[in-house]
Each structure stands twice: as C-alpha cells, then as structure tokens.
Ligand binder design. Structure first.
Ligand SMILES: [Zn+2]
Length: 171
C-alpha cells in the first residue's frame, strides 16, 4: 500500500532576518513545502504573517492524514486563529507556494485576510485569478489584496520535480 518515499533533493533556504519582505516569508513557506515532500506529500507550504511575525506555518498533509481538507493553507489558518484568539485574521497575510484552491481561497475570504501572496499560479484549480477569482465576487464585501509570482521559480521547480520523480518512480 505505501510506496517507497522519494528523497527530496532540494535544500532548505535561509533568508536574512533583516529584510522581512514577501520573499522572506515565501522562503519560509518554501521550507514548509520541503517538509511536505520529506513527509511524502505534494510539496505545498504556507506561512501566516501578522504584525511582522510568523504566527503559523504548515504544509500539505492530505495523504498522511487521509483528509482532503488538510491543505497547508487550512492547517495554517486554524493555527493562526488559535494563536491570536480570533477567527478573524484581519491584518494577516497568507503566504503559500501555490495559488489557493477553491476551498482555501474561500477560507481566506471567510477569515478576512488582508493579503494572500502566492508563488505559482494554478490555471486548473487556482481561485484567486488562475482558474477563476473568488475575490472578485461582486456582492462580497471583503476583498483581499492578491500578489502572485513571489519566489515563483523555486516553488515551481520543487513542484515539478516532485511530480516528475513520482512518475519515474512508478515506471
Ligand atoms: Zn487548498
């Protein structure tokens, strides 16, 4: 039933703590994605920033937890809400290595995030502009600032390598 694990050939990155910009936080999300791979999960990672600090981090755990909702973003949002003691994550920014799916884009709206920053766009399932844009629902009052393409090459390479190696592994 369980297939042999694929070793992750990518090292983690160590961004400077002095410049806490989008690339800094996305680098941390990238490191979470590497943790996902090390757990034999599709390498997607998420970080939530609030007041300049990381208040939650998580990686995809769908396979290990047998839970279709165990996406990095959802797990991080739950942790973040607990960390600040409020389900309203107003003022927080979600950093995620792949554009959020319908579930996670919806959750980001429901959680009233200030911003969502993603690395790799997803034309199939991305719901913040890739396949469709939940953030543009005309009657929804809350809108999120969206930025895509941050630390994109690294995150894309990680995802593509994972699926490539998985396929080779099966052949
Ligand atoms: Zn998702």
């Amino acid at each position: 039933m369980s297939e042999p694990k694929l070793d992750c050939p990518f090292p983690k990155v160590f961004p400077s703590q002095f410049l806490r910009d989008d690339i800094f936080f996305m680098s941390l999300a990238y490191n979470q994605a590497i943790d996902a791979w090390r757990d034999d999960e599709v390498p997607v990672g998420a970080i939530i920033e609030h007041g300049g600090e990381v208040i939650a981090s998580a990686h995809n755990q769908v396979d290990g937890s047998l839970d279709p909702t165990a996406h990095a973003e959802i797990l991080a949002m739950t942790k973040a809400a607990r960390a600040i003691g409020d389900w309203r994550l107003t003022g927080a920014t979600l950093y995620v290595t792949k554009e959020p799916c319908p579930m996670c884009s919806g959750a980001a709206l429901m959680g009233r995030f200030k911003r969502v920053v993603y690395a790799v766009g997803d034309p199939k399932m991305g719901c913040l502009g890739g396949a469709t844009d939940l953030n543009a629902l005309p009657r929804v009052n809350h809108h999120i600032e969206i930025s895509g393409g941050v630390f994109e090459e690294e995150c894309r390479e990680l995802l593509q390598a994972y699926f490539r190696l998985k396929r080779l592994d099966k052949e």
